[in-house]
Design a protein around this ligand. Sequence first.
Ligand code: IPE
Ligand code: IPE
Ligand code: MG
Length: 244
Amino acid sequence: MPAPARPDDGDGAAVLRHLAIIMDGNGRWAARNRLPRLAGHRAGVEALRRVVEAAPRLGIEVLTLYAFSSENWKRPAEEVSDLMGLLRHYIRSEVKSLNENGVRLDFIGNWQALKPDLVSLIEEARALTGGNTRLTMVMALNYGGQDEIVRAARALAADAAAGRIDPAAIDVAALAGRLDTAGLPPPDVVLRTSGEMRLSNFLLWQAAYAEIVVTETLWPDFNAAHLMAVLDEFGKRERRFGGR
Ligand code: IPE
Ligand code: IPE
Ligand code: MG
């Protein structure tokens, strides 16, 4: 399927390069279907597969996915362990086909603090897919926007204390360059499924001028048609970036 023509493709005004998704609603989907929460998370992984397959065909270059927040540790231990198990299984079973499909798999968040076997899987996935260019898929794992900004500030402070950088030279670009997302374009759209109107600590810095799209669809029900509807919605937005 070729990427469909979009109204502003010509002047580049409305090209959705980077889509960031808060994949929410797995628990409600499970409850609605009278299933355990784990079944909702499993169905959520299926939705993730669908979206990763459809995204590059729609011209999307970067897909950032909120998979586990730095606050999700507050959930019952059993659910945390189910989620970690699913992530482990997803990376293990998908990395080969992602690689074959030209997907570069990367991670943001304090993923280095996860269990050592998961850290190894992540490092292997990054090394294997690092040269791919068709789609950059960024998984936010143990991610919190505040935590990310704190880590970046700490790195800059250490550079300043060691005399490597003049504090007066710290600007927007310097801080952005220390975030986990350094080198990635900012998200054009932050999409949240399941109707909640909040960011829940996702990409606080990077979303400064992102278009916010909230859909009522629960994440496990999300498919390529829903994704195309997001592109349509984005095409109708007027982005001003503070100008007129
Ligand atoms: C999103 O679904 C998945 C994660 C946060 C990991 P939820 O589990 O938050 O689903 P709801 O919000 O309870 O429906
Ligand atoms: C945000 O969803 C985190 C992920 C989707 C991974 P939550 O379900 O954790 O957010 P809150 O608790 O409703 O704000
Ligand atoms: Mg939720």
